[in-house]
Design a protein around this ligand. Structure first.
Ligand code: PGA
Length: 256
């Protein structure tokens, strides 16, 4: 029997298109003691800055800080104007990457198939994808949450083996709760995160119990503890409340 608390908790800040490189550097320096505190409490701490701030954060944060990109291209070089490749990230020591964030699905035509191509090459390159899934408000209201999320998980993780998905992280972020202040209840978060784990178990077997599933969407210092108390919620992907170091620290303090 696998107990949920064997999965290390993960608190990941998604900075989206925020912060100058100088501001990111300031945050990285200020975060050093927090990473230490998190480590002592078996919690992984990380942020996903813009491409242009990755180096500043990597160079100035604690070496135990997870630093991830927000996107990547699935080709390693070539005529893809405006894109960044895995070797380019790896040159800076970046080994985590968000994939399929709902803002990219909405504004940049990020399909489940495209996510699958990206996740495959990330894993082949020993990087950790944080695969974001979640339904829109219309889909939620139509009772389609689980069908949508299942399709995202099955197509996004197609053709991978159980050995390959061990380090993978999945983030359930209902689109209607991102940046809106409208939280999914803890019951919804647990129900869908558990459902995602069931789909993962069906696809990959018992390794599903090792895969971390996060909740994201208007997570704040005041509500993070409730989410992380759910047995199938292994951490949080946090946008707005991860931008200021005080709030980021409060998120951590409230789950210690
Ligand atoms: P939010 O964003 O915490 O600001 O709602 C979450 C996310 O988009 O990952």
């Amino acid at each position: 029997m696998w107990f949920a608390n064997m999965r290390r908790k993960l608190l990941l800040g998604n900075w989206k298109m925020n912060k100058l490189s100088s501001e990111a550097k300031e945050f990285a320096i200020a975060s050093r003691p927090l990473v230490q505190k998190a480590k002592e409490n078996n919690i992984d701490l990380g942020v996903t800055p813009t491409y242009l701030s990755l180096a500043a954060v990597k160079e100035n944060a604690s070496k135990d800080m997870i630093v991830g990109a927000q996107n990547v291209h699935f080709n390693d070089h070539g005529a893809f104007t405006g894109e960044v490749s895995i070797p380019m990230l790896k040159e800076f020591g970046i080994d985590w990457c968000l994939i399929g964030h709902s803002e990219r699905r909405t504004y940049d035509n990020e399909t489940n198939e495209k996510c699958n191509a990206k996740i495959k090459v990330l894993i082949e390159n020993n990087m950790v994808p944080v695969y974001c899934v979640g339904e829109t408000l219309a889909q939620f209201e139509a009772g389609q949450t689980k069908a949508v999320v299942e399709e995202q998980v099955r197509v996004g993780l197609k053709d991978l083996t159980s050995l390959q998905v061990k380090e993978l992280v999945v983030a359930y972020e209902p689109v209607w709760s991102i940046g809106t202040g409208k939280n999914a209840s803890t019951e919804i978060a647990e129900d869908v995160c558990k459902f995602i784990r069931d789909v993962l178990r069906d696809m990959f077997g018992s390794v599903a119990d090792e895969i971390r599933v996060l909740y994201g969407g208007s997570v704040k210092p005041e509500n993070i503890k409730a989410y992380l108390s759910c047995p199938d919620v292994d951490g949080a992907l946090v946008g707005g409340a991860s931008l200021k170091i005080d709030s980021y620290e409060a998120l951590l303090n409230n789950i210690l």
